[in-house]
Design a protein around this ligand. Structure first.
Ligand code: 5AD
Ligand code: SF4
Length: 350
């Protein structure tokens, strides 16, 4: 009886029907190993129907490890005395894009902390310069909470996409993860502003962050249903040295993979990355994410000299096929599971 109910639930999700809270609860907590495997394989088929066996790549450029914020979970938090700080110059970033271009990348992702020096004007100028040098490429920003005018300016300068995870939809949980200077409602306001500015917008959350419950995850899923983001990034929480959560356990790989499959079925066209956090926790983490319905990988294009300094959490995977230079290795890894790199820009399409 139970087995049949859960299979029906998975089918309901697959059919695009609305899922009630208690049904999400069952999907998140009550699936047997066989049901989870059925879900995974369905999610992989949906991804294949939408995207084939191609995996989009995005060249990730980590532009600054300075951040004015103090998120309790993040190694780059302002108060972390152990953090190594650097910021790239405009010239560095343009050089990374050149390198990425030579390697065949068609999307650049500029990601950084909320660095007061890399302010709105500076970033607008950098985006304009990349746009001029690479008219055909997609430019993605991931530089935190900014004002609505800044978002419009970035867009006008040529940025196409913006990643800003909501982190958690539950206000109480949000305040457990962040100091009072930050608020869940401001984060959501920024996400609305990004949509208004016309960005393809990405959001998402950590899995297994301290204090996270299944109810919080359901809040997250329902929030994503409202927001309808073009991209959803999720990854396990990983403790970071020098932060208040340094001693907390990491999030579960299996729960992260389960969430990827649920997201793929609920949001068939959404771009879902196999995140570095998964690769960090498990050597096969990225492959398993692809086989669970993810369809994007973001290899690192940052200058080698700074890679180890962008330490959001401990032991972040930087070697091997995490690196943009090792694109052939990535291709081989994907080939081994029947997939390949898709070099296209990979814009969101319904
Ligand atoms: N573990 C996993 N993910 C983290 N992030 C920040 N700190 C950690 C951590 N310790 C994620 C946040 C942020 C993104 C850039 O990295 O979700 O939005
Ligand atoms: Fe800064 Fe982002 Fe880290 Fe928070 S998660 S401290 S905003 S870099």
């Amino acid at each position: 009886m139970k087995l049949r109910d859960n299979r029906e639930l998975i089918k309901k999700l697959y059919d695009g029907k609305a899922i009630r809270r208690e049904e999400w609860y069952a999907l998140l907590t009550a699936l047997t190993a066989n049901e989870k495997e059925a879900l995974r394989s369905m999610a992989a088929s949906v991804a294949e129907e939408k995207f084939g066996r191609g995996v989009y790549i995005r060249g990730l450029i980590e532009i600054s490890s300075y951040c004015r914020n103090n998120c309790y979970y993040c190694g780059l938090r302002a108060g972390n005395a152990l953090a190594q700080r650097y910021r790239l110059t405009k010239e560095d970033i343009l050089e990374c894009c050149e390198q990425g271009s030579r390697l065949g990348f068609n999307t650049f992702v500029l990601q950084g902390g909320e660095d007061a020096v890399q302010n709105d004007e500076w970033l607008t100028d950098v985006v304009r310069a990349i746009r001029a040098a690479h008219p055909e490429k997609a430019i993605t920003l991931s530089v935190g909470e900014r004002g609505e005018e800044a978002y419009h300016a970035f867009r006008k300068a040529g940025a196409d996409r913006y990643l800003l995870r909501h982190e958690t939809r539950n206000d109480e949980h949000y305040s457990l993860l962040h100091p009072r200077t930050m608020s869940a409602s401001n984060r959501r306001e920024c996400l609305s502003a990004l949509k208004r500015a016309g960005f393809q917008t990405g959001s998402g959350m950590m899995i297994g962050s301290p204090g996270q419950t299944t109810e919080h995850l359901i809040d997250d899923l329902q929030f994503l249903e409202e927001l309808q983001p073009e991209m959803i990034g999720i990854g396990p929480f990983i403790p970071a040295a020098g932060t208040p959560f340094a001693g907390e356990p990491a999030g579960s790989i299996d729960t992260t993979l389960l969430l990827i499959s649920l997201l793929r079925l609920r949001f068939p066209s959404t771009l879902i990355p196999a995140t570095t956090a998964l690769a960090t926790l498990h050597p096969e983490g990225r492959k398993r994410a692809i086989l669970a319905g993810a369809n994007v990988i973001m290899p690192n294009l940052s200058p080698r000299s700074v890679r180890s300094k962008y330490s959001i959490y401990d032991n972040k995977a930087t070697g091997g096929s995490e690196s943009a230079e090792d694109i052939e290795k990535l291709e081989k890894e994907l080939n081994a599971i029947g997939y390949h790199i898709n070099y296209a820009r990979g814009d969101y399409k319904i």
